[in-house]
Design a protein around this ligand. Structure first.
Ligand code: PLP
Length: 453
């Protein structure tokens, strides 16, 4: 079908996620194919995929190995559940993941995606504490502005008020504490060194809730929403110590920050902390098939091993044979092409390409690590003054989103916190892609600042 027909049908029938209906008729881009770091739309326009789809396509687009792995598995065993049964792909993938995770995170519970993994982690924490004789522990603490998914449990953990509001009342027992926004930290932004007051704030929320009712703390290694907040040195050591002192599980939500995004298989390994549970999805299959996982430590799994007690939870499509086969082939590519080594070797060049933009007055800060960066846009760099809601709306949705696409760059222009542009390219990206990203951002930001500063 041609572009115009697709747009007309999409406008009539497709319910885009987090997308307004009917207002994007002319501007709607329909992506048709991809190759490496690039995708093409139904009108033949080429884009550099600076967001890896949605922090997903680690190995890049158009990988025949992954298509073949999916096809071969579908022909052999297209579907079977992992309820009661197992299939070789789920078993082998679980063992492979257990071999890659930090410490004793050896028990893999598959899901269909990230929200289900987060939902599963909260439910496991609750059932675990009932099983070990601490039935009062059911609450979770997460951080302001964080995004942990959209199902009601995961949304309750999510700290973005605008996303929560239409669905309130949410699941009781989810509380929020400070994030690690050092650029705008109310405690120590002006000081030479961070005081870790942001970690201590989590403890204060735990204490206010009665520590014996708290089951888990959910955090991302580098928080996505708000624009790639990198934790200060010592943050995770302090947080681990706080959780241990209060007998609370530390859940590392690595739906974005695993599978090489931060330059290690798992973000917690890059930042040097040991979680009790990891949640992951996205890059596990590079998006060629849907799959997520919740990976629990031996201690957390113990009440369910050989005791006759089962975790009363599951999803029909979790651990789907086709998705597991794709994940195995995806991890083969990671090994064969040393993608982790590639990110480690190139992350400084990527950062330099973004830091180069700091001569533009509209650029307040560049932050992130690995292949995961946010650029915060400001009205006044000296005072860090941010834009008003209307200015931000025009800057991001009225101008930058479309202009960046016109210039051929897919990235994210977001103001769930302060206005930021986020970059998270496929892990195969290198200096050529960084240069192109730099050029397009420079053009678009120069035009934007001429209109708003
Ligand atoms: N957790 C984090 C940290 C995420 O970034 C996301 C999605 O972006 C989710 C959970 C939810 O994942 P999904 O959209 O696959 O349900």
């Amino acid at each position: 079908m041609q572009h115009d027909g697709l747009v007309e049908l999409a406008n009539r029938h497709l319910w885009g996620h987090f997308t307004t209906i009917g207002s994007t008729v002319d501007g709607m881009r329909i992506m048709e194919r991809g190759d490496g770091c690039h995708v093409w739309d139904s009108q033949g326009n080429q884009y550099i995929d600076g967001l890896a789809g949605l922090f997903v396509t680690q190995v890049g687009h158009g990988r025949r190995e992954l298509a073949e792995a999916a096809g071969d598995q579908a022909a052999k065993l297209g579907y079977f559940p992992i309820w009661t049964y197992a299939h070789p792909g789920a078993v082998e993938l679980a063992a492979r993941l257990a071999g890659m995770t930090p410490g004793d995170l050896n028990r893999v519970f598959f899901t269909s995606g990230g929200s289900e993994a987060v939902e599963s982690a909260w439910k496991l924490a609750r059932q675990y504490f009932k099983a070990v004789g601490q039935p009062k522990r059911h609450k979770v603490i997460s951080r302001n502005l964080s995004y942990h998914g959209t199902s009601l449990g995961a949304l309750s953990i999510t700290g973005l008020q605008a996303l929560r509001e239409p669905f309130e009342p949410l699941v009781p027992g989810a509380c929020h504490a400070a994030n690690t926004n050092r650029y705008r930290c109310s405690w120590c932004a002006g000081d030479a060194a961070c005081t870790l007051a942001c970690a201590d704030d989590i403890e204060q929320v735990i204490e206010a809730q009665d520590p014996e009712t708290v089951a888990a703390v959910f955090v991302e290694p580098v928080q996505n929403a708000g624009g790639c907040f990198v934790p200060p040195d010592g943050y995770f050591a302090r947080l681990r110590e706080i959780c241990d002192r209060h007998g609370i599980l530390l859940v590392s939500d690595e739906v974005i920050c695993s599978f090489g995004r931060l330059g290690e298989m798992f973000g917690s390994a890059r930042l040097g902390y040991q979680p009790d549970i990891i949640t992951c999805a996205k890059g596990l299959t590079s998006g060629y098939a849907p799959l997520g996982a919740m990976i629990a430590s031996d201690r957390v799994a113990e009440p369910f091993v050989g005791t006759g007690e089962s975790f009363l939870h599951g999803f029909t499509f979790a651990g789907h044979p086709v998705s597991c086969a794709v994940a195995m082939a995806n991890l083969d590519i990671f090994e064969k092409e040393d993608l982790i080594g590639h990110v480690q070797a190139n992350e400084d060049r990527f950062r330099a390409a973004l830091d180069d933009l700091t001569d533009l007055p509209i650029v307040g800060e560049v932050r992130g690590m690995g292949y995961f960066y946010g650029i915060e846009l400001v009205k006044d760099r000296e005072t860090k003054e941010t834009f008003t809601e209307e200015e931000s709306d025009w800057l991001l949705r009225g101008f930058l989103s479309n202009r960046l696409l016109e210039l051929g760059l897919i990235c994210r222009a977001d103001d769930r916190g302060e206005p930021v542009i986020q970059l998270s390219p496929p892990l195969i990206a290198g200096p050529d892609e960084f240069d192109r990203i730099n050029q397009i951002l420079r053009t678009a930001l120069t035009e934007a600042q001429a209109q708003v500063l």
